[in-house]
Design a protein. Sequence first.
Length: 201
Amino acid sequence: MKRWIALALACFSLSAQAVTLQELQQRFSQQPVLRAEFEQQRSISGMTKPLNSSGELVISQQKGLWWAQQKPFPLTLLLDDRRMVQTMAGQPPQVVTAENNPQMFQFNRLLTALFHADSQALEQNFALQFSDVGNHRWRVVLTPKTSPLDKLFKRITLNGEQFLETIDIDDMQNDATHIRFFNQRTTPTTLTAEEQQRFAS
């Protein structure tokens, strides 16, 4: 579940001058497609070196999230309102739906609310603190208040300006995940033929 929430939060592309979550949600809705690159660093208790990964993502309001890790090994995740499909090289795709895993699919719906900045759904599951930190920058701190999120995470912190730039996840095992997004692009505003094929797979 930690991977899903990190991926879903990756879709939180927000504007620089927002002063409320509702304005963030409105501005996000005006971006039908977002493309970005990411770098992720995970520090695990008992390990001397962090785990690093990187890749690219595409977020479409109509199609969902396509997340492609390229290093240290290829891994692709497709997330929409019907399914989650994870594909690793040399292995058959793993598919999660409401029929074969109702709990995970319910979690999937929460994640959809997260990357659409759905304030109503967020406030049902998190204590939310929004801050204007100056120079057109903002911060959102999410503290889980419902199960199973409150058993997994201490807090999730989002920082950004024109777009979401970083996510910091602190979990109950004292592990920490830091994700940085860069090279964000919102044009073209529709999916290319290649991107359409990614979501069709």
